[in-house]
Design a protein around this ligand. Sequence first.
Ligand SMILES: N[C@@H](CCC[C@H](N)C(=O)O)C(=O)O
Length: 287
Amino acid sequence: MKSFQFTKMHGLGNNYIYVNMFKENIDEKDFSQIAIDVANVHTGIGSDGLILICPSDVAPVKMRIFNNDGSEGKNCGNGLRCVAKYAYEHKIVDRIEFPIETLSGIVHAKICEENDKVKQVTVDMGIPALTKKEIPMSGNHESYTINEIMTFDSKEYAVTAVSMGNPHLIFYVDSIKNAPVTTLGPIVEKDERFPESVNVEFVEVAGEDELHFRVWERGSGVTQACGTGACAAVVASVLNEYTKKGRDTIVHLAGGDLVINWTEEGNVLMTGPAEVICDGTYYYDYQ
Ligand SMILES: N[C@@H](CCC[C@H](N)C(=O)O)C(=O)O
């Protein structure tokens, strides 16, 4: 029987099993299956997936994220805040501002401490990518998808596509309570026009600096929050002229609020909490 130590953490209810790969030795070929198994609420621990906190050649720490279907994502906003908290509190880093490597590049985290505990983390998530080639999605490679009509399940929707290192498609709705998250979400996620699938976000504009938000995540389904999705929603809302660049926008997610600012310089700043739930040992027995 093999085992590893884990910490379960969440950012606004978006919860993952975190493994310190500076200490643990897990075979790369088992990562996907472990993500599926730990996520199971009946026979595992229960989570939206698995996050590995790894050594890096280019930063003090690297994040790898696996959704609960075993697919690997390239970025995870809530995960980054939790990785930053873990790395700081476990002394993997000894400063409050440091870079984190992800599969989609380097981001920069800044810790905000209260009574020696990390409460809030701001992550500079970098510059969003907007061309169809970068999302990726089918169509004219160099063009953007802003308020563009697409048909899903025989109905037309005006959608906006944003990559925060991972792909997002944003739908505006009149009432977040009635957003078709579990019906339209899975259809859009697997639509063949998105060769790498897509995270699906529903947004109700509540004011010039306030959005209501729900998500169907690629590879994990409904989650309480999606950090990269909230960043993408704010970028989409500026592009659609609902909100303004260079201003803090509050995004109300099912699990709580994030503050997002698409700065005049072009970077997207995300600020929100990171919490520890529990620590433990997970046992598995793969060949
Ligand atoms: N929950 C995340 C995003 C996780 C990865 C995503 N489902 C993908 O496959 O791109 C977040 O907080 O950003």
